[in-house]
Design a protein around this ligand. Structure first.
Ligand code: MN
Length: 294
């Protein structure tokens, strides 16, 4: 693991400059070296100031987002694809301007529940848009990662196998997968096997409980997931993601179905998640060593 990070929605709904600055400080206080901002709206914030603050605290920034319906690059409608491609280019530039290292999330389709089937043309439109985005990202020094999400949040990439095929169709070697235990728990027959299959194509990883609350209190079987990450020598970043209606960004709450409080106090939540991930990671490393000896 390179850096351990935390989603900003543990701290703030992300609507104000002060909120984002506070989130950077809280993340750093809790020993996180990375923060994820979602749906960053550059017109609302002083990006230079956020970049400087993040640098001073040695907290790296990642931005994630999903596309709105009218800018869905997986559409068969050319104008929506064009609009989405432009939106993604602007998002990449905002990540650069905030000093961020990566743009992730549902960059390849609308974020939300579709009531239509995906189409082959839509898939290829999306692959083309992501290839164009990767071109912009290369110039900006920003990494592109695609979050494989569950069926209720996209109709295009629900499994790691689909994600790998999609990346192949972009024709790029600098586009990677962003995997998430919450989504994998819904869609993958074998989450650990999926991580091994993705291998060096996975460059960003979200740890989430099945109900998005405290890690280890739900139904996800985490040890095999840590084992798989250690097995593939995963050297990129890991981020803890958790949502509660205690801290609400209305649009994200609606699209992700955050209808209730999964926790009240974010301080013990953040402290627990860091300990949980670091301990489980260390245990997985130890298990591999023990296995190698016998
Ligand atoms: Mn996620």
């Amino acid at each position: 693991m390179r850096r351990l990070g935390i989603h900003s929605f543990v701290w703030t709904n992300g609507q104000t400059q002060d909120g984002l600055e506070m989130a950077l400080e809280k993340s750093s206080e809790h020993g996180y070296r990375m923060i994820e901002f979602a749906y960053l709206r550059p017109e609302l914030f002083d990006l230079d100031r956020l970049a400087k603050k993040a640098q001073d605290l040695d907290v790296e920034i990642v931005v994630t987002m999903g596309l709105p319906a009218d800018a869905d690059v997986s559409s068969e409608d050319k104008s929506a694809v064009e609009k989405g491609t432009a939106l993604l280019a602007n998002a990449v530039k905002a990540v650069r301007d905030i000093g961020g290292v990566r743009l992730g999330g549902i960059l390849f389709s609308m974020h939300g529940k579709y009531d239509t089937m995906p189409t082959r043309d839509g898939w290829m439109n999306s692959a083309g848009a992501i290839a164009a985005t990767a071109d912009v990202a290369k110039d900006c020094g920003v990494q592109i990662v695609l979050e494989v999400v569950n069926r209720f949040e996209s109709n295009l990439l629900n499994t790691t196998a689909q994600g790998l095929k999609f990346i192949e169709d972009t024709g790029r070697d600098d586009v990677f997968l962003h995997l998430d235990t919450f989504h994998m728990n819904i869609e993958e027959a074998d989450p650990a096997g999926a991580i091994r299959m993705a291998c060096d194509r996975v460059a960003y990883f979200h740890f989430n409980e099945n109900y998005r609350g405290y890690l280890g209190t739900g139904t996800i079987n985490f040890p095999p997931i840590f084992d798989a990450l250690v097995d593939i020598n995963y050297t990129s970043d890991i981020v803890f993601e958790s949502f509660s209606s205690k801290i609400v960004d209305e649009s994200l709450s609606r699209v992700c179905g955050i209808w209730r409080d999964t926790w009240d106090d974010n301080n013990p939540l953040a402290a627990h998640a860091r300990t949980f991930i670091e301990q489980k990671w260390a245990e997985a490393v130890r298990r591999r060593e023990v296995n190698a000896q016998s």
